[in-house]
Design a protein around this ligand. Structure first.
Ligand code: SF4
Ligand code: SF4
Length: 386
């Protein structure tokens, strides 16, 4: 049941510890008064996700099935190989949900499409999966319309940017405070406050410099756009500390140390700004610089790719009866479309002509460095990825 106080406590803890897993129990949660015909929704066991769902589903009658994702949110867990077919099969078979409902249908979060394959789960359990919306607050509308959701698109809204900023600010402010406080308490306090101001400003103003961070086509770490953004933010904050000279009561050498720290903090936050947004792909690893391609002769126009793409890159063209990718520049290379295509008609290709085929995308998930090196489940019991 949704409890506001618990929700806000979990929310605050989750925001500042966002880079760390925060697991909750797996199994069935009854929302409202569900019966044998009620929908079954599956989600991950990241505590904040479960609390958000309880809040947004208030007033509904359904079963929420929490599957193991090692306490990580849906998109990160599915893309990184922590939320797999195995986890869905396991929760469907062991939670007792089969005794609660007469049907065999379940709804998956759209962002789990990078790692979960309903076709395989159907073969192993007899349960039919379909894709739900991207965001929890869209679920009531999705359920009332009894239709597939075709307008899935991740955004990077102000609230999401502030949440991410808090996670960065929390880590950086504590880290720098602990180191600097041994030398100067005043400098440590100023650095602590500045860490929060810098990080919040960089994330909050993202829409104003977004155009400088366009997805690039080839590997070039020190791209002009990123350097300009870093330079601009550094200059603003360094100027600020010199303007506020008297109020900050810093010694001359402390001001120069602080200027260096500002530069360091700006570079830390901006270096992989693209990778932190859901609207760009990271450019920190060459493996992420591939482009989505289609074998048009293999495409049957079923449209699973369109349904799961979090960037709305695809469009079905009636005249030719196959899918096209008109918004290819919006692709964040998540791989969901490749994983879900039943005809293996999609693949990644880079500027050197190297290709990553569907079987590799399904088998190897992205590790923390953005490299496709983390193996998805291949346990001998379910033989899911073999
Ligand atoms: S999922 Fe595959 S077969 Fe279906 S429309 Fe997309 S590319 Fe074509
Ligand atoms: S087109 Fe790009 S963003 Fe869309 S599902 Fe495929 S890989 Fe992901």
């Amino acid at each position: 049941m949704y409890a506001p106080l618990r929700y806000y406590i979990v929310y605050l803890i989750s925001i500042v510890t966002r880079f760390f897993p925060l697991p909750t129990k797996t199994g069935i949660i009854r929302i409202g008064n569900p019966n044998e015909n009620s929908p079954v929704l599956i989600t991950c066991n990241y505590r904040l996700t479960v609390e958000i769902l309880k809040k947004e589903l208030k007033g509904q009658n359904l079963y929420l099935l929490v599957a193991n994702s090692n306490g990580i949110n849906v998109w990160c867990a599915a893309t990184g190989g922590h939320f797999t077919n195995h986890d869905i099969i396991s929760v469907l078979k062991t939670s007792g949900i089969a005794e609660q409902v007469d049907h065999r249908d379940y709804i998956l979060p759209q962002l789990s499409a990078t790692g979960i394959e309903p076709r395989i789960i159907k073969g192993k359990t007899g349960w039919n999966g379909r894709w739900g919306p991207t965001y929890a607050n869209q679920i009531p509308n999705f359920l009332s319309k009894h239709t597939d959701f075709t307008q899935n698109q991740v955004k990077f809204q102000t609230s999401e940017r502030i949440e991410l900023a808090c996670a960065w600010a929390f880590l950086m402010s504590i880290f720098f405070f602990i180191i600097i406080v041994w030398f100067s308490l005043n400098l440590a306090v100023v650095t602590f406050v500045l860490s929060w101001i810098i990080t919040l400003t960089i994330f909050f103003t993202f829409p104003y410099y977004e155009s400088f961070l366009k997805n690039q086509k080839k590997l070039f770490y020190f791209e002009k756009g990123k350097l300009l953004v870093e330079l601009a933010f550094s200059m603003i904050f360094i100027t600020l500390i010199f303007v506020m000279d008297t109020q900050l009561s810093l010694l001359t050498f402390e001001k120069y140390i602080l200027a260096g720290l500002i530069l360091l903090m700006v570079v830390i936050v901006v270096t992989d700004m693209k990778g932190m947004t859901p609207t760009f792909k990271s450019d920190l690893h060459e493996d992420r610089l591939f482009t989505i391609k289609i074998h048009q002769d293999q495409c049957t126009g079923i449209g699973d790719c369109e349904l799961v793409c979090p960037r709305n890159c695809f469009e079905f063209v009636d005249e030719v009866e196959y899918i096209t990718i008109p918004r290819i520049d919006d692709c964040v290379q998540c791989g969901a479309c490749i994983v879900q295509c039943p005809e293996d008609a999609l693949y990644f290709k880079n500027s050197k002509g190297e290709i990553i085929q569907a079987d590799i995308i399904r088998k190897y998930k992205l590790n923390l460095l953005g490299k496709r090196a983390s193996k998805a489940c291949n346990c001998t019991v379910c033989k899911i990825t073999t």
